[in-house]
Design a protein around this ligand. Structure first.
Ligand code: UT7
Length: 341
């Protein structure tokens, strides 16, 4: 057994200022505020660049997801009062990197001046941040590293088809960053359970742009560079897998509903969250929900959930925290943390 646990010691975030409300969608899509709110729990989401939905606006210098990650990382470092030069490793979890390569982790490393760090991107969709957190913790627990940044961020509006009412209403832009450090106390990541099932790959994907379907006029014409999702199928898997894995992590650690202080689930649909909460037997007051404000920010949902929970005074040192996710792949998982600051 390692003598170190890996604990989150600081957190930063970034959300673009511009919002896109359900009422905004009513202006150009056959949809309604009532439908979106009732079927998903979402009222509005943040968007980086309004030009994405209104091509007549002047062309901006577009800010990629590296901007979200950079701002979140800067806030995270500032809050801890340390210099970027102390960072050993940056893991950037995203499915909307600035470019396929170089990795967005490298761009952030340069932007923040983390001269002594290495880094890489991690692609696991909505499960990305949890997977990155678990990976980062292993570098700390092994004693190899003392300070690791894990960023979960997505600029989903860059890959949404705003004519597809099934999907474009679901997602938003934003993300956060945590700092991991070693502790000899019983805080931090205590357990996790993760799975993948590649048979679900076709149900939630971006079909083109990679080596299988390289970009061409045809792939653009066929709108293959956007999120394609069979919502109903993904919904069914998400409800059962996320509820199962959340219950499993509680059972493995002998946690009853009353032992959990806060549950932060991935924010994809309020009905998926409700099903998990019911299965876990936890009080609705102990569930972090901010989907109404941000929509599904993919790898951004967990760090944004933690950030809001701290600001609202709902997460304090010693609290038992459960995180659960489900995303493309399929990927899913759950983690048990004892909050450390
Ligand atoms: O984070 C990664 C994982 N992703 C998810 O977890 C998302 C999972 N899926 C979902 O959240 C839900 O399946 C959706 C919110 C995408 C859809 O909700 P649903 O209750 O499964 O609706 P549905 O697909 O069964 O559609 C019901 C009806 C359809 O009309 P018909 O065929 O019954 O006439 C849709 O065409 O609602 C229609 N519809 C809409 N109506 C108004 C679909 N999108 C909209 C819309 N506004 N935006």
């Amino acid at each position: 057994m390692s003598k170190f646990n890996a604990v989150i010691t600081s957190i930063g975030h970034f959300l673009p200022e511009q919002t896109l409300t359900n009422f905004d969608f009513e202006k150009f899509l056959e949809t309604s505020n009532e439908w979106i709110l009732e079927r998903t729990g979402i009222s509005e989401r943040r968007i980086m660049d309004k030009r994405i939905i209104n091509k007549t606006l002047p062309l901006n210098e577009s800010l990629g997801v590296s901007y979200i990650g950079t701002q979140a990382a800067k806030e995270c470092l500032e809050k801890r009062g340390i210099s970027a030069e102390e960072i050993d490793l940056i893991i950037f979890c995203t499915v909307t990197p600035d470019m396929f390569f170089p990795a967005t982790a490298c761009l952030v490393q340069n932007n923040i001046g983390a001269k002594n760090a290495w880094g890489y991107d991690l692609s696991a969709g909505c499960s990305g941040f949890l997977y990155g957190l678990i990976a980062g913790c292993q570098f700390i627990k092994s004693g190899m590293h003392k300070k690791v940044l894990v960023i979960g961020a997505d600029l989903m509006t860059s890959i949404l088809n705003f004519e597809d009412r099934n999907n474009c209403i679901l997602f938003g832009d934003g993300g956060g960053c945590v700092l991991l450090e070693p502790t000899e106390e019983n805080f931090g990541l205590l357990d996790f359970s993760c799975r993948v099932d590649g048979s679900g790959g076709d149900f939630l994907k971006m079909p083109a742009g990679g080596s299988k379907n390289p970009p061409s006029h045809e792939t653009v014409d066929k709108k293959m560079h956007y999120v394609h999702q069979e919502g109903k199928t993904v919904f069914k898997f998400a409800v059962s897998r996320m509820a199962d894995v959340s219950a499993e992590i509680m059972e493995k650690n002998n946690l009853k509903g009353e032992d959990v202080d806060l549950f932060i689930p991935h924010q994809a649909n309020i009905r998926i969250i409700d099903a998990c909460v019911k299965r876990m037997g936890i009080d609705a007051q102990k569930v972090m929900i901010n989907i109404q404000k941000y929509g599904n920010t993919t790898a951004g949902t967990l760090p944004l959930g933690m950030y809001d929970a701290i600001n609202e005074g709902r997460l304090k040192k010693g609290d038992n925290l459960i995180l659960s996710v489900f995303g493309t792949g399929f990927t899913w998982g759950s983690a048990y943390l004892k909050w450390g600051f």
